[in-house]
Design a protein around this ligand. Structure first.
Ligand code: ZN
Length: 510
């Protein structure tokens, strides 16, 4: 899971930002000689928006341990990331994910002294048309150290999928001046010894625009340099901010005050409170649009694994999404295992979030028909409709119409296979049946799976039984101990997947 980090290149600009402090102390502090309320002054950091009510937002958490080389010594770095995705904003989500990945690479992969790294997000602005996400990273070098905190805030808007970093809100020609003014304010307040050499890139990476035309610039300890442990908020008054803003910054400031477009307002079925207008406009986007779901660190691939040379095994789950699916996904994630889920169309309504999660976490999804009929007794028309409807419904959620079908009960005949072939679908069966629908406990399911497991096998389970997750955990632990690699169906077959053919195991395709 962690090895992919090493292959990504670290942007030079990011390295620069890591090493340059924004407000390097260079001379003794001067007394503050300004009036009681200077235009740029230290003030409390604005509270972030409570996002618990935002249904459109998808959040993902990943964690793990990276074994890094520290000189000649190998050491383990623990890391944890939580990322956010907004519906209808694939480019913005991608930008967030890239930033997150850059941070993980810089702090975990490229810093041999890192002990712990954490990345999370919050929403500092959701107003009018404007939405902003703050990424916060925390890092320690020692076990009981106060974490070094770094933040950056990126903007987007409901009507556009653009990504605007905080610094782009400030005119390029004004950035040095703005950064110095902000650092001077922190120095005048005694928060930092003094502002010496100022790096605008570090000082202006977290700006909160306020609807009243003012702004708050957040300086993090990372930007402030040694001796500072808490973030510092610097308030910028309206007149001063007006002289700093870029055209983009001005556009965002006025979009803050805008009301959502009537169509989006109507979609929410009530008059949105202005404060949450942007929240509602994101949450109110049509649900039939697949929510782009990205993660900070390791987008997993379904690149084929050579199961002729590797001890492969595939876990497959039918009939979901169901009640135990969420816990099953927790377990798969915990053990870094990808499985394949064959979905029932009629269960998709209400289960779309789980399906998104299945895919986002690296699992594969396939078609298990809409109504779960015995296809070997159905007409060509029924078979076609059962497969096509379910495939289209899955595509609406995930963006992909799966090429794999698991016929209910494994029931096929020449008509079923010929129809699947016409539809370009492969029939996926199993050679390890846990009979989990029959044996109502984890022990029996586990024992059946272990007794029949062999390289290249496909294990059949159902994610509708409460004891399934427990059985799965024990199966994973023991098969891993035996040296098995868990693969999805796509990984097992790659280009050997054959439409119209029945696949029972890696070597058994009929
Ligand atoms: Zn089934």
């Amino acid at each position: 899971m962690t090895s992919r980090l090493g292959r990504l290149a670290l942007p030079a600009a990011l390295l620069g930002a890591l090493t340059l402090a924004a407000c390097t102390p260079s001379s003794p502090a001067k007394e503050a000689s300004s009036p009681s309320s200077p235009p740029v002054r230290v003030a409390s950091i604005p509270r972030t928006v409570d996002v618990r009510s935002i249904s459109g937002i998808v959040s993902d958490q990943q964690s793990g341990t990276l074994s890094a080389k520290d000189g000649n010594r190998a050491k383990d770095v623990s890391w944890n990331t939580t990322m956010i995705a907004l519906p209808g904003h694939p480019a913005f989500n991608r930008a967030l994910a890239d930033r997150g990945a850059d941070l993980v690479i810089a702090h975990v992969d490229h810093d041999p002294n890192t002990h712990m790294f954490r990345l999370d997000w919050s929403v500092p602005v959701a107003e009018g048309e404007v939405f902003a996400v703050r990424l916060r990273s925390q890092k320690t070098h020692e076990a009981n150290e106060t974490p070094a905190v770094s933040t950056q805030t990126l903007y987007t808007r409901a009507s556009s999928d653009e990504t605007v970093p905080s610094m782009a809100l400030i005119d390029a020609k004004q950035q040095a001046k703005a950064a110095k003014a902000v650092c001077d304010a922190a120095a005048a307040n005694g928060t930092i010894p003094n502002s010496g050499q100022v790096d605008p890139a570090a000082a202006l990476q977290d700006i909160v625009l306020n609807a009243d035309g003012t702004a708050s610039v957040i300086l993090t300890p990372d930007a402030l340099g040694a001796g500072v442990s808490e973030p510092v908020g610097v308030h910028v008054d309206k007149d001063t901010l007006a002289t700093w803003l870029s055209p983009t910054g001005r556009a965002y400031l006025s979009a803050l005050a805008s009301t959502p477009t009537p169509s989006i307002t109507a979609h929410t079925k009530e008059t949105p409170h202005k404060r949450h207008a942007a929240v509602l406009s994101f949450a109110g986007l049509p649900n039939d649009e697949p929510a782009p779901y990205v993660t900070a660190t390791m987008p997993r691939s379904h690149a084929p694994i050579d199961c002729a040379a590797t001890k492969c095994i595939a876990l497959t789950y039918d009939d979901g999404p169901g009640k135990p699916t969420a816990r099953l996904l927790d377990i798969l994630k915990q053990y870094d295992v990808d499985a394949t889920f064959f979905l029932v169309g009629r269960s998709l309504n209400g289960g779309a979030d789980l399906v998104r999660r299945e895919v986002a976490e690296g699992n594969e999804v396939g078609i298990h028909t809409w109504n779960h009929p015995d296809l070997s007794k159905a007409s060509v028309e029924t078979i076609t409709r059962e497969i096509a409807d379910t495939g289209a419904a899955i595509e609406k959620i995930t963006g992909v119409n799966p090429p794999i079908v698991r016929p209910p009960y494994g029931a096929i005949n020449s008509t079923v296979l010929a129809t699947l072939g016409t539809l370009g679908k492969a029939s996926i069966h199993w050679n390890v049946d846990t009979e989990d629908w029959k044996n109502q406990n984890a022990d029996t399911v586990y024992e059946r799976a272990m007794a029949a497991a062999k390289p290249g096998a496909i294990i059949l389970m159902h994610d509708v039984h409460p004891y399934g997750p427990d059985a799965t955990e024990r199966i994973i632990v023991d098969l891993k101990r035996q040296g098995y690699t868990f693969v999805t169906i796509a990984q097992m077959y790659g280009e050997r997947l054959k439409p119209g053919a029945a696949h029972f195991s890696f070597n058994n395709i009929r």
